[in-house]
Design a protein around this ligand. Sequence first.
Ligand SMILES: CC(C)(COP(=O)(O)OP(=O)(O)OC[C@H]1O[C@@H](n2cnc3c(N)ncnc32)[C@H](O)[C@@H]1OP(=O)(O)O)[C@@H](O)C(=O)NCCC(=O)NCCS
Length: 152
Amino acid sequence: MTIIRHPGQCDVQKMFTVLNTNLDDYFAPDVINFFMMQWPKGQFIAVDLFGNVMGVLCGSRLDGSRASISLLAVDSRYRGHGIGSQLIEEFKRSCFMEGRSTVQLEVRTRNTRAISFYQRKGFAITEELPRFYSDGGDGYRMTMDLRRITSS
Ligand SMILES: CC(C)(COP(=O)(O)OP(=O)(O)OC[C@H]1O[C@@H](n2cnc3c(N)ncnc32)[C@H](O)[C@@H]1OP(=O)(O)O)[C@@H](O)C(=O)NCCC(=O)NCCS
C-alpha cells in the first residue's frame, strides 16, 4: 500500500537517502529543508505502511503562475508501480488549488526513460538547455499547461 503525503521534519533523512541514491547529482539535507520551508504544500513523499520512503517530489513556486518539479525520484526497488505517477498527480492537484497554471521541470537529455515518462504524463519539451548541469550535461525544459488538462 502506498500513501502519498506531505513530509515532516522526521522524514528529511529518508528523503535525503532516496534522492541521493537515485539521482545523478548530490543534494544536501539543507536543500530539502529549503524546499519544505518555501512551500510545504508543494512537497510530497510516497511511504509504505512501515514508514519507508519510496519516492520523493520536491516542488518550487516560480514567478507568475508557474511551479516547478525541482526533484523527483522513486527508489529503484519500487519503480514501475505507479508511485512516480501518483506523486505527479498530487503535485498537480496542489498547484491547481493555488491557481497555478503551468508546471515545468528540467531533465538531462540522456535520461530518456524519465523524458518518456514525463511525455506520457502530459509534459512536452519546450526548451533545450545546453550545458545546464554543473557537470556540463545538457538538459531539456519540459512544460505542462494545467489549464488545458483541467478544461478537457
Ligand atoms: C522517472 C521515475 C520518477 C518514474 O517513477 P515510477 O514510480 O517508476 O513511475 P510509474 O510507475 O508511475 O510509471 C512508470 C511506468 O510504470 C507503469 N505502472 C504504473 N502503475 C503500475 C503498476 N501498478 N504496476 C506496474 N506498472 C505500473 C506505468 O504505466 C508507467 O508506464 P508509462 O510511463 O508507460 O505510463 C523513476 O523512474 C525514477 O525515479 N527514475 C530515476 C530518477 C529520475 O530520473 N528522476 C527524474 C529526474 S528529472
